[in-house]
Design a protein around this ligand. Structure first.
Ligand SMILES: CC(C)(COP(=O)(O)OP(=O)(O)OC[C@H]1O[C@@H](n2cnc3c(N)ncnc32)[C@H](O)[C@@H]1OP(=O)(O)O)[C@@H](O)C(=O)NCCC(=O)NCCS
Length: 159
């Protein structure tokens, strides 16, 4: 099945059949994703079929992290509050899982954030993961920083 590349969610996207197996992630997409995007609280990027049915999504937001919470090797010359992007949610519909979509969306999110970092300061990505899901993110270089259910990835800045 042909799928559209990740694009910012809009009101044409059909979200009511989305089921990733985690009810809170399903209902957040249905009830909050679009409204949060319109307020700038998060931005959600969806992968959809040709009839606009959403089969995967991820959400991002900006944030900061305290210098003492990043890996020691990066602390030198860093400000007290370090700008970061947060990968708040990432989910794939169970009918489309196991085919590389989760990985493709994660790579897309990282590239998008790296591009943003060329326009506005952003040093790393934090991901908040559900219990047991850290393995998924560790495969792509995310590391522990001693904050519960949170992993960290330094990003490649173009400068
Ligand atoms: C986790 C999730 C996003 C993976 O999406 P997917 O499209 O099935 O994953 P992919 O097919 O791209 O798999 C990419 C890699 O991750 C691995 N992987 C997939 N699900 C995994 C899991 N639950 N735990 C650990 N690794 C996982 C795959 O084995 C694959 O590695 P490989 O190439 O070495 O085999 C999806 O199963 C999902 O939405 N789960 C429910 C919501 C959730 O837990 N979201 C993440 C949490 S915070």
């Amino acid at each position: 099945m042909e799928l559209n590349s990740p694009t910012a969610i809009n009101k044409e996207h059909v979200t009511n059949n989305f089921d990733c197996g985690v009810p809170s992630l399903n209902s957040w997409l249905l009830k909050k994703a679009l409204r949060n995007s319109s307020k700038g609280f998060t931005q959600t990027f969806v992968v959809s079929t040709n009839n606009n049915t959403v089969v995967g999504y991820y959400s991002t937001a900006m944030g900061t992290i305290k210098r003492q919470n990043i890996p020691k090797t990066l602390q030198r010359n860093a400000p007290n509050e370090i700008p970061i992007a947060i990968l708040c949610r990432l989910a794939v519909d169970i009918n489309h899982s196991g085919k590389g979509l989760g990985e493709a969306m994660l790579v897309n999110a990282i590239e998008r954030i790296e591009n943003v970092s060329a326009q506005i300061g952003c040093a790393a990505i934090l991901v908040h993961y559900l219990d047991g899901m850290d393995k998924f993110y560790r495969q792509y270089g995310f590391i522990d920083i001693g904050i519960e259910n949170t992993l960290f990835l330094q990003i490649n800045n173009a400068n």
